[in-house]
Design a protein around this ligand. Structure first.
Ligand SMILES: C[S@@+](CC[C@H](N)C(=O)[O-])C[C@H]1O[C@@H](n2cnc3c(N)ncnc32)[C@H](O)[C@@H]1O
Length: 290
């Protein structure tokens, strides 16, 4: 006897997730099925009439159980798309967010310009996690090279694997470091999406974030700004002439992060909002040429 079709399994999955109070039940059901069955958006439609075998149905059921227990879709699949990359996730890495692509898109033209002017561009990504920001920039700007630094050895292992999978390993180095502590040399661009959640807020985040993203990737200290202070203090010593420092920030941190950077001699040259209209990325340059 034939099993249920993909369309039938999709409809049942959507109902199960909606019944369990999952907000985007339709989107999550679709993303899970596409990922589990390795289908593209097009083949998902053209194969909607095909039957799922028992092993496939068991895999779908297990994935739905995990989603209902509030595990995020891409953690269940173990990977997610970011910029033009396919990134593997691990328990030690933050799941990269689409908002972070804003920082990548803002920096790529600067990196290209530096490559055109000097023949190369050295990028340092502090708190690299999966390697998302650095690897996406290396992919977009073939003349660039990058260092991804992180305090988590497990995250760095994942970043190295992602560099391999995405064909940029020859231009990427992973360094275990407490911010700049083990970083050597000077860079054209220092970029970071550091932990920036106010410590007292971490416990109130959705289960999907609180229980599945590592605390090291979330907790920004008492006021959420510890990492920006540490990076601002060390950036000058690791920047080439006319080098840039760029951050992802929390929606309400623009003025405070700008003040922290100004105190260390940097001027803000860009402030970029996300699609929701919130401040999301800032770019700085040394106010006085070094
Ligand atoms: C918000 S996550 C960003 C991950 C990745 N860059 C991204 O955008 O998806 C912050 C990262 O900073 C790392 N981190 C936290 N404290 C650190 C420290 N003192 N030195 C270096 N990395 C640190 C965490 O392990 C985590 O990978």
């Amino acid at each position: 006897m034939n099993g249920p079709t993909l369309a039938e399994v999709l409809a049942a999955a959507r109902r199960r997730l909606a019944g369990a109070g999952i907000r985007d039940a339709a989107g999550d059901a679709r993303t899970l099925l596409m990922g589990l069955l390795d289908l593209t958006p097009t083949s998902f439609v053209t194969e909607s009439g095909r039957s799922l075998d028992e092993a496939e149905r068991r895999a779908v059921d297990a994935a739905l159980d995990r989603r209902i227990a509030r595990e995020p879709v891409h953690r269940i699949l173990g990977r997610r798309a970011f910029s033009r990359l396919d990134l593997v996730l691990s328990p030690e890495t933050l799941e990269p967010r689409p908002d972070t692509e804003i920082l990548v898109d803002a920096l790529a033209p600067y990196a290209e310009k530096i490559v055109r002017a000097t023949g190369g561009c050295r990028i340092l990504d502090l708190g690299t996690g999966t390697g998302a920001i650095c690897l996406a920039l290396l992919d977009l700007v073939p003349g660039a090279t990058g260092v991804g630094a992180d305090l988590s050895a497990g995250a760095l292992e994942t970043a190295r694997r992602n560099a391999d999978i995405n064909g940029v390993a020859d231009r990427f180095e992973a360094v275990e470091s407490d911010w700049f502590a083990a970083v050597t040399g000077a860079f054209d661009i220092i970029v970071s999406n550091p932990p920036y959640i106010v410590r007292s807020v971490v416990g109130t985040l959705d289960d999907e974030v609180r229980l599945h993203d590592p605390i090291l990737a979330l907790d920004g200290g008492e006021d959420g700004l510890d990492a920006y202070r540490a990076i601002a203090a060390g950036a000058g010593a690791h920047l080439r002439e006319n080098g840039l420092v760029a951050y992802e920030i929390g929606y309400d941190q623009k003025d405070e992060v700008t003040a922290i950077m100004r105190e260390k001699g940097f001027s803000r040259i860009e402030a970029i909002k996300d699609l929701g209209g919130n401040d999301r990325a800032l770019v700085f340059i040394a106010a006085v040429a070094r």
